[in-house]
Design a binder for this molecule. Structure first.
Ligand SMILES: N[C@@H](CCC(=O)N[C@@H](CS)C(=O)NCC(=O)O)C(=O)O
Length: 209
């Protein structure tokens, strides 16, 4: 049994979508980051970086933070969505790291400056919007002629998809990235994704893409 500490954000949804895809039994514990639940001593015991998501694996007592590490751990534990073939495996990890180091942080800054605080920092708005658009271009190129980022559907797709689902906050025009849009819709149609998106609670529909 996995305990998932999460909120209605892209990093949280990455893990709930994976757990739903794996068909694993889990308990979702809401950590309302808007009201500071991530700073309580109880949560810091599990997620010492003050951020969701974090998990506790009740099978062995492991406490784990960082969504990328959690995804690798769960995919390995349950034997799905991370290939065992070394070449395919490192390619999945490469794109997972691309999300962790690029798409996530840059899109997160767009949310902060463009969506929540427009007009406060023109340079930051331009810089992070340009970077987000560049990254969408990179993903679009990667998805040319491909159904998923690496061969079969994997944790690389599940890591990137929730960030792309915030394309409206990022003021990204998905018609400019048709391969991303098709991939986004393909994944949005999956039942496990639809369930995982609404964990720990439903706050709105999945954007149509
Ligand atoms: N690198 C971390 C980032 C986690 C992260 O930024 N979580 C955000 C929500 S998406 C959070 O908990 N923010 C609360 C805060 O910064 O106080 C991961 O991928 O797990």
């Amino acid at each position: 049994m996995i305990d998932l500490y999460t909120w209605t954000t892209p990093n949280g949804r990455k893990v709930s979508i994976l757990l739903e895809e794996l068909g694993v039994e889990y308990n979702a514990h809401p950590i309302n980051i808007g009201q500071g639940d991530q700073k309580t001593p109880e949560f810091l015991e599990i997620g010492p970086n003050n951020k969701i998501p974090a998990i506790v694996d009740q099978d062995n007592g492991l406490k784990l933070m960082e969504s990328g590490a959690i995804m690798i751990y769960l995919a390995e534990k349950y034997g799905n969505f991370l290939p065992t073939d070394p070449m395919a495996r490192i390619r999945v990890i490469e794109w997972l790291m691309w999300q962790m180091g690029g798409l996530g942080p840059m899109a997160g800054q767009v949310h902060h400056f463009v969506h929540f605080n427009p007009g406060k920092a023109e340079y930051a708005e331009e810089r992070f919007s340009a970077e987000a658009n560049r990254l969408y271009g990179v993903l679009d190129k990667r998805l040319e002629g491909r159904e998923f980022i690496v061969d079969d559907y994997s944790i690389a797709d599940m890591a990137c998809w929730p960030w792309v689902s915030r394309y409206e906050w990022q003021q990204i025009d998905l018609t400019q990235y048709p391969n991303v849009r098709d991939w986004y819709r393909r994944i949005a149609a999956r039942e496990a994704v639809q369930r995982g998106y609404h964990v720990p609670k439903k706050v709105g529909e999945i954007p149509p893409g």
